[in-house]
Design a protein around this ligand. Structure first.
Ligand code: HPA
Length: 239
């Protein structure tokens, strides 16, 4: 495998399972591996982006962090899809909610990801690309949310390049278009999956609401909803 190891991933070919769960935070990937996986093996630690492969109820699954933002998830998802033959990436992240129907700890299944990023310009399309989730993963996740009794919505999110936005939040304009919330990674992930002919889904737990800014969650509550999201992602992971 000519491209392995890459500048960002030191693992040998075959070290990743067919499905990689991808939180933003490297500490989260270590927590997931050690909490949910049997026999987790460290397969990458370049730049502290720990990647693990282990087993969830006998199913081989990997978990590796993306870091923050579309350039970062763009690099990791590209290398996993194209060099390591990974077939699905499930982002398990957090987001800010724009919708009044969503409160802290609820979940969004990102059917589509709008963006203010120029990431898709590289594809040279004669129009605007719509980054979308894989329907199989999306419908499986929705079924698991139903079973778990989670309050969730399926729809569009905004993948922004800007956390501290000088021209305001843009919330009003995006929510007029039915956009449910904001995060910073999914559009690039969906673009790379489309280009590689692979599958992707983003599941987000609402960490903060723009509609109910007073809503605060305790660390314990955040942990609980995070655990529920992880279990949904692990259940829908394809072998
Ligand atoms: N903006 C961008 N990303 C986020 C936010 C936000 O407000 N909350 C959680 N992830």
């Amino acid at each position: 495998m000519a491209n392995i190891p890459t500048p960002h991933i030191s693992a040998p070919y075959g070290a990743f399972a067919r499905t990689v769960l991808m939180p933003g935070d490297p500490k989260r990937s270590e927590f997931i591996a050690k909490t949910f996986l049997d026999s987790p093996e460290l397969v990458n630690d370049v730049r502290g982006v720990h990647g693990y492969t282990g087993y969830y109820k006998g199913k081989r699954v990997s978990v590796m962090a993306s870091g923050m933002g579309q350039p970062a998830i763009g690099i990791y998802s590209y290398e996993l899809f194209n060099f390591y033959d990974v077939s699905s990436i499930i982002r398990v992240g957090s987001c800010g909610a724009y919708s009044p129907e969503l409160h802290a700890r609820d979940m969004i299944l990102a059917m589509g990801a709008c963006t203010d990023s120029n990431f898709a310009a590289q594809f040279g399309l004669p129009g605007t690309f719509s980054p979308i989730a894989d329907f199989g993963l999306l419908s499986a996740a929705a079924a698991e949310c139903e079973k778990a009794g989670v309050n969730y919505r399926v729809g569009n999110i905004l993948s922004s390049d800007v956390f501290y936005n000088d021209s305001g939040t843009g919330m009003e304009e995006w929510s007029k278009m039915g956009v449910l919330g904001i995060e910073m990674e999914s559009a690039a992930l969906y673009c790379n999956a489309a280009r590689a002919g692979k599958k992707a889904l983003c599941i987000c737990t609402v960490s903060d609401s723009f509609v109910y800014p007073e809503e605060n969650t305790t660390a314990e509550e955040r942990e609980k909803s995070f655990t529920a999201m992880m279990e949904i992602a692990l259940k829908i992971a394809e072998e």
